[in-house]
Design a protein around this ligand. Structure first.
Ligand code: GAL
Length: 768
């Protein structure tokens, strides 16, 4: 039911049974376009009408349900003039039975109201993100037998499988079969004959485990009287937490992760399946994390399905931000919690359930109630409750804490005992974020510092016993209310920008993963540095060593320093000597003396051109020994350390693994700048609705280095079956810009980029 809706501003109840005029749209849909910064946030809050006129051939002896995966923020639903239900809250799915109202020809009309009324979560206070009104997830009509399955919850671990089924139907004896299959065929089948409407299956038949490395999935299909009525995917895995950490299937896993907001440029939350999936892929493969927190609400099922497939762990939580409302508000929060837990119960990727409103104050009665509700549905997963207060009351299994103590040159995290005197398992659920907002086009010192802060907090979390993980704020920049953000309605807190392009801080994560990775966190240009010096170069890598060359000359091999970030799986390799063996090779001094001279020059550079008395003495001796004049000594500094005004400074960093050269990165001087145009999805597929493809234009030099300060304007043209999401003319930010194109029908199209100073580029995208 995603295609062929009419969308119109406002709502008139008298018109619910007449075709309205308006724009023809498909869902996912947003009530507005939000541009990349500097907009009026109230545009996301409106009262609008969505209508779908459709025909349906009803079968006899069946029941019908209309299901909405997500409508922000309140939906009043009418079918053929009759009110069939109202749903409050924008983050969970809801459905209404329409068996008696559904006709051959139908008019389905929705009043959608996205005003931020304070009567339900997440509203009532200020929130640091936008909620974007609209029917932003899919809509469907479900045809079912006279037995409507209202719950089908499946969980399994090493020892047992457990399935709970609730049937809304008449009381009679049924033959109920549960079939467990995978690609290889049926692995288990369980049978019962029962007249109960609540049925439970248990089995100790062993299944293959769902793990981070091999996320094995099964399908459970429910048959009633021989007819398949519902099926779901699930995985067999156990989750345990204790004071020492987090255990998946009995094995300790350190939860290294990022928070994610589900928002995108222009369309806010309204992105279809493939974009949701791509975020999960970016987290798993590009950023190398083990866990994502779906801050601050349950994410799309497509995101979770992909996490299931990828072996990416998820901490999900009920909607809300800092504010707790009155009793009616709390009742909505309880409904959200119940619905999200039932809806997402079968995802093996979800390993922690957040039962507190993010960063809200203590409210014992409320949080006892959310805990009890959660435990009445699910005893297989631990609960958490994200807070920023120390020594707060705990009703959850894990004390989950946002630790913003790090300011750049102090400890990365607080001591657990200073945060809680209880013996609870302990997880850090946010860090950095607003402590150091960083734009992709900020100067390099800030971008490096942003990355080092993420390294430092992660390192200290690995170091401290009893910290089960650390989840950074956050994956990507996001639109926000004006009270937050950098004056442009954007929180530049991401390790990626809003288009999902990596900042240096993203490399702090990517370098902790297992795929070979090397990024040099510097452009190696003195002109972008205070005092024109590069004291050290940080190489974010999981390789063993880095070979450094200047021009064609190999000047040194660098490994990890023993004392810095040593608790990380892969500490960055910090190179604090860009002189290397050059003085030895090119000057007339003995090897030993050349090193002495180099150390004096480096020390002078590090101390802002001040030389210690001892160094002065040694240098004096060298000048006498080698009959070196003062200008000659200064010349050594300029040539090997200063580098200012040098003709050619091209640095090559080669990452070594087991002695083999694995990755080469070059930095320095090259003026052959060109645009590069790429898409992550050259082939899209129309399934239940339109599809999208992310297109990235990046300015690079011939060394392959991004032109970080390029803000060239590009004009985008699409043809064939493609439509551009967003503005046609955009400026690059931080040398890069991503945008999305969509296809509503199969076909072929091209995305073409023109700009004032570069060749025109095209990329073809096919839609199946
Ligand atoms: C936290 C909050 C997040 C985000 C973050 C910015 O306090 O939970 O939603 O606002 O700060 O650092």
């Amino acid at each position: 039911m995603n295609v062929g809706w009419t969308f119109a501003e406002g709502f008139d109840e008298r018109g619910v049974n007449q075709p309205i005029t308006g724009e023809t749209i498909s869902v996912p849909h947003s009530v507005m376009e939000v541009k990349n910064g500097y907009f009026d946030e109230t545009i996301t809050q409106r009262v609008v009408t969505y209508q779908k006129v459709f025909s349906y051939d009803k079968a006899k002896n069946h029941r019908y349900v209309i299901r909405f995966e997500g409508v922000m923020a309140r939906a009043t639903v009418y079918l053929n003039g009759q009110w069939i239900g109202t749903h409050i809250g924008g983050y969970v799915a809801f459905e209404f039975e329409v068996t008696d109202v559904l006709e051959k020809d139908n008019i389905l009309t929705l009043k959608v109201d996205s005003l931020e009324t304070g009567d339900h979560p997440p509203f009532g206070g200020q929130i640091d993100y936008l909620t974007y009104g609209g029917v932003y997830r899919e809509v469907m009509i479900l045809e079912m037998s006279m037995d409507r399955i209202t719950r089908f919850l499946v969980d399994a671990d090493q020892k047992r499988l457990n399935a709970r089924i609730e049937i809304d139907g008449e009381t009679r004896t049924r033959k109920v079969d549960l079939l467990i299959t995978d690609q290889e065929g049926t692995q288990m089948s369980l049978h019962q004959e029962s007249d109960a409407l609540s049925i439970r299956f248990e089995s100790d038949h062993p299944l293959l485990l769902w793990t981070i490395e091999r996320p094995k999935l099964y399908t459970a299909t429910l048959h009633i009287d021989g007819e398949a009525v519902m099926s779901t995917r699930f995985g067999a895995r156990s989750v345990k937490v204790d004071q020492n950490g987090f255990y998946l299937n009995g094995q300790k896993v350190f939860l290294r992760g990022l928070n994610r907001h589900q928002s995108y440029p222009y369309v806010g939350y309204a992105m279809p399946k493939s974009a949701q999936e791509e975020d999960a892929e970016l987290l798993k493969h590009t950023l190398g994390v083990t866990v994502v927190r779906s801050s601050h609400y349950p994410p799309s099922k497509h995101f979770l399905n992909r996490c299931d497939e990828l072996g990416l762990l998820v901490f999900t939580e009920l909607p809300g931000w800092q504010h707790i409302g009155d009793d009616a508000w709390k009742a909505h929060a309880m409904n959200d919690l119940r619905d999200m837990m039932i809806e997402h119960y079968n995802h093996p990727s979800i390993v922690i359930i957040g039962t507190r409103i993010n960063e809200s104050p203590d409210d014992d009665a409320f949080y006892e109630a959310t805990r009890d509700l959660a435990k009445s549905i699910d005893t297989t997963r631990p609960t958490g409750g994200v807070r920023y207060i120390q020594k707060s009351h705990v009703f959850e299994d894990i004390y989950t804490f946002n630790d913003f103590v790090h300011t750049g040159d102090n400890e990365g995290i607080r001591k657990k005992k200073d945060v809680t005197s209880t013996k609870h398992p302990y997880l850090i659920t946010e860090h950095n974020g607003h402590m150091f907002p960083t734009k992709s086009f900020d100067n390099e010192e800030r971008r490096i510092s942003h990355a080092m802060r993420h390294f430092k907090v992660m390192n200290d979390a690995y170091k401290q016993d009893g910290v089960m993980g650390v989840i950074g704020w956050c994956m990507n920049d996001y639109h926000t209310h004006k009270a937050f953000g950098s004056n442009n309605h954007i929180c530049h807190h991401g390790v990626m920008d809003i288009g999902r392009n990596m900042k240096y801080a993203a490399s702090a994560y990517a370098s902790q993963g297992e795929s070979p990775y090397l990024d040099v966190l510097s452009m190696m240009h003195l002109g972008d540095r205070a005092s024109g010096v590069i004291k050290e170069v940080v190489v974010a890598t999981n390789l063993d060593a880095v070979e450094l060359m200047i021009g064609d000359e190999m000047i040194g091999i660098h490994t990890r320093k023993k004392d810095r970030y040593k608790d990380l799986p892969y500490a960055p390799i910090v190179i604090d000597d860009l002189v290397g063996n050059q003085i030895e090779t090119h000057e007339r001094f003995s090897k030993k003396d050349a090193r002495k001279i180099k150390n004096i020059l480096l020390e002078t550079m590090r101390n802002n051109l001040k030389m210690s008395v001892f160094s002065k003495l040694v240098l004096g001796l060298m000048m006498v020994k080698y009959k070196m004049s003062y200008p000659e000594a200064v010349g050594l500094y300029t040539r090997y350390v200063g580098g200012w005004g040098a003709e050619n400074r091209t640095f090559t960093f080669v990452g070594l693994k087991d002695g083999k050269r694995v990755i080469k990165v070059q930095k320095g001087f090259d003026d052959q700048y060109a645009l590069e145009l790429k898409t992550t999805r050259p082939v899209m597929t129309i399934t239940d609705t339109y599809d999208v493809s992310r297109v990235t234009v990046e300015m690079k030099n011939a060394l392959g280095e991004r032109a970080f300060y390029a803000n060239d304007v590009i004009t985008i043209n699409v043809d064939g079956n493609l439509r551009l999401i967003g503005d046609q003319s955009i400026a690059m930010q931080g040398g890069v810009q991503s945008f999305w194109v969509r296809a509503d029908e199969p076909g072929q199209g091209n995305v073409t980029i023109t700009s004032a100073h570069h060749a025109t580029l095209s990329v073809a995208i096919q839609t199946l």
